[in-house]
Design a protein around this ligand. Structure first.
Ligand code: GLU
Length: 504
């Protein structure tokens, strides 16, 4: 087999969504698993749908994920340029060849004329297609004489180049993921290959570039499956060997039906984009995984398993392990249901794997000067305690806010449950008792509280609940002795006193 070369070929028409990231990742994993190249090609021939900043976004998103192209507009490479808008001369050259074959023809029908015919068809309850039947009565080089065509061209009448779909041929399409299928060419229309501004459409530019860039495998979204027949025939027309194809199934909504959309993200409160994206026109910001606090490794791991199961149903894999294990033949045919809980689970697992020191760096980056009055030693203790129950690094701060400031008010429900006159008395006495503890450390504190409860013949709940309420302001958080140790004697006792004075 010649060298494996796989390309990711997004159009800069908006931010890369989850599905796009997954395609890029599978492209990358397959290439790297085979010791091949991963190419990023920007397919920007559709100027009407071009979105400012989208290309930069795509590059930044891939970089954040760690999917680094071997060749791209930024990295360069043997087959540069990697932006289709800069490859016009290449398409022009191949167009000349294509027009020499019987596979393409010139059509002069204006958009208005085509609209009119479309309407006529609709009136009769039919759907118009520019195809092997209708092309014989439309304005093109198949129906006009050579002289007429030349004259129209001379008069600068705009024209497009269309693919002349062969009649009644059955194409056997092969797909690595979906297996084989057959399509009759009579069901396919004569797609435009070159627009009236001379720009190639997706189909032509894509096939030319995959050939020119020596792409061995095309792995892309299933929305391109209906184009596969045309692409097969384009390779045939040009006399080129075609690459192998694999079409990835959709990523589905959390409820399992329908394609995951941007709106689902807004509805269920999860990002569908890798990074925040600001729409230049509306100013609206679409939330990204990066800005929501996901680790890139966790995000990538989650994306990888949307449609592929590694051996033994392993779930946590580094990028290196994914490369080793990836098998296109094991990619699922069925759609993959997105789950917010699962996405969060991945982040949680990666957070657990991080050392407190690693988390400290991120926490400080997030918190700015919030933590300047706290020693690293104390912050590391808080991190160790909170890390296991947090999903995101920022949770360590938000769920551990009581470490940084004394409760100013106490949760109503918790007060009802844990506080009354006798609780105030108990806490007051406990305050005096804890004041005598010399080594204010969790183990000693735990024993001391036990002794206190025993000496008063109180159940532990009667002591622990109001104590927690006094320290935290609610009945949540890690073990109370750990909280006491981190807060220190002075702060802890002040909080107890405060509770006695203020909770009524
Ligand atoms: N430009 C196409 C897209 O935006 C590429 C499809 C393909 O990979 O062939 O999805």
């Amino acid at each position: 087999m010649s060298k494996v070369r796989v390309r990711f070929a997004p159009s800069p028409t908006g931010p890369l969504h989850l599905g796009g990231v997954r395609t890029a990742l599978y492209d990358y994993l397959f290439a790297k698993n085979h010791g091949g190249d991963f190419v990023l090609r920007i397919e920007d021939t559709d100027t009407a749908r071009f979105v400012e900043g989208a290309e930069e976004y795509i590059m930044e998103a891939l970089e954040w994920c760690g999917i680094i192209p071997d060749e791209s507009p930024k990295h360069g490479g043997k087959f540069a340029p990697y932006r289709q808008s800069e490859r016009r001369d290449i398409y022009d050259r191949h167009l000349v060849e294509l027009l020499k074959t019987d596979y393409a023809y010139i059509a002069f029908d204006t958009p208005e004329e085509l609209d009119e015919i479309r309407n006529e068809f609709e009136k009769n309850g039919e759907v118009f297609a520019y195809n092997y039947i209708t092309r014989n009565r439309l304005k093109n080089s198949l129906t006009l004489s050579k002289e007429e065509v030349e004259q129209l061209k001379k008069d600068n009448v705009p024209y497009v180049v269309r693919f002349k779909m062969p009649i009644d041929r059955v194409l056997n399409l092969e797909d690595i993921i979906r297996g084989n299928s057959a399509v009759n060419t009579n069901t396919l229309d004569d797609k435009v290959l070159i627009k009236n501004d001379g720009m190639p459409t997706y189909h032509f530019a894509n096939v030319v570039d995959d050939h020119e860039m020596e792409i061995s495998h095309v792995i892309r979204g299933e929305e391109w499956l209906p184009s596969l027949g045309l692409h097969y025939l384009l390779y045939e027309a040009m006399g080129w060997e075609k690459p192998e194809f694999a079409h990835l199934s959709l990523i589905l909504k959390p409820e399992g039906k329908g394609k995951l959309s941007k709106r689902d993200g807004d509805k269920f409160g999860f990002p569908v984009f890798p990074l925040d994206f600001k729409d230049q026109e509306t100013g609206a910001i679409s939330k990204g995984y990066r800005e929501s606090g996901y680790f890139p490794e966790a995000f990538l791991n989650m994306v990888a398993l949307l449609g592929w199961s590694p051996a033994n149903d392993r779930e946590l894999l580094t990028l290196k392990e994914m490369i080793q294990e990836f098998d296109l033949y094991k990619v699922h045919k069925a759609g993959a249901r997105f789950s917010k809980d699962k996405a969060e689970w991945f982040n949680q697992e990666y957070l657990k794997l991080k050392s407190p020191e690693e988390v400290l760096i991120i926490l400080k980056e997030l918190g700015g000067d919030k933590f300047q009055n706290y020693s690293d030693e104390k912050l590391l203790k808080i991190i160790s305690l909170m890390k296991e129950r947090a999903t995101f690094v920022q949770d360590i701060y938000t769920q551990g806010l009581f470490f940084f400031r004394s409760p100013t008010d106490y949760e109503e429900k918790a007060v009802k449950k844990a506080w009354n006159e006798s609780a105030a008395e108990i806490i007051s006495e406990l305050c005096a008792h804890l004041d005598k503890v010399e080594k204010f450390e969790a183990e000693d504190l735990k024993n001391s509280i036990h002794h206190f409860a025993e000496s008063k013949s109180l159940g532990m709940g009667k002591v622990m609940m109001p104590l927690r309420l006094a320290l935290v302001g609610e009945l949540k958080g890690p073990d109370v002795p750990d909280i006491l140790e981190i807060l220190g004697k002075e702060v802890s006792l002040a909080r107890l006193q405060n509770a006695v004075n203020n909770i009524s």
